[in-house]
Design a protein around this ligand. Structure first.
Ligand SMILES: [Zn+2]
Length: 179
């Protein structure tokens, strides 16, 4: 269940355009209280900026200059006039509720697959597929033996594969879609 804090703002995200087939996916800026949600949004392919420590002024400037949609738990911050119609006030501390709220209000797709252009959980950069033999030089041998596909962050070098964490995410997303 979502907590009582609900956003009264009018969602104006152009989820469906009347005269165009392609609607660009939203680009988010999430506040420091939403670190776990940020990692999930990035895995789902959503461009999600995040700063653990940032002043309200700097946050607002990034939201405006980068034309991002603010996700926040801060009910006072969203009272700023300048953030009107460019934010979602997240109503719960729980990840499942947060994802459910974004699916319902912003229509984000809760789908994780090879075709999803996943982003690095740590730095938000788009991950690129790397040759298996290249990954095998870095990842543990048993991982290289079991997994055929590896992706890497061009910024921090982290390598990702579809291990237990991936399977757990798939299960959680399936449950969410069914709820
Ligand atoms: Zn990275």
């Amino acid at each position: 269940m979502l907590a009582d804090i609900r956003c009264s703002c009018r969602i104006q995200w152009p989820m469906q355009s009347l005269n165009a087939q392609i609607v660009p996916p939203p680009m988010f800026f999430a506040d420091s209280m939403l670190g776990r949600l940020v990692r999930w949004l990035r895995a789902l392919g959503y461009d999600t900026a995040y700063e653990k420590i940032i002043s309200d002024e700097a946050l607002i400037e990034r939201v405006l200059t980068e034309q991002r949609w603010l996700l926040t738990r801060d009910r006072y911050l969203v009272q700023r006039k300048i953030l009107r119609d460019r934010h979602t006030l997240i109503g719960s501390d729980h990840l499942q509720d947060q994802l459910r709220q974004l699916r319902s209000e912003l229509h984000i797709e809760l789908v994780l697959s090879d075709r999803t252009a996943s982003r690095c959980a740590a730095c938000n950069d788009l991950l690129i597929v790397i040759p298996h033999e290249e990954a095998a030089l870095t990842v543990p041998a048993y991982v290289a033996n079991v997994h055929p596909r590896f992706v890497q962050c061009p910024n921090c070098g982290r390598i990702y594969w579809q291990g237990t964490h991936w399977t757990n995410m798939l299960t959680s997303l399936q449950e969410l879609r069914a709820s």
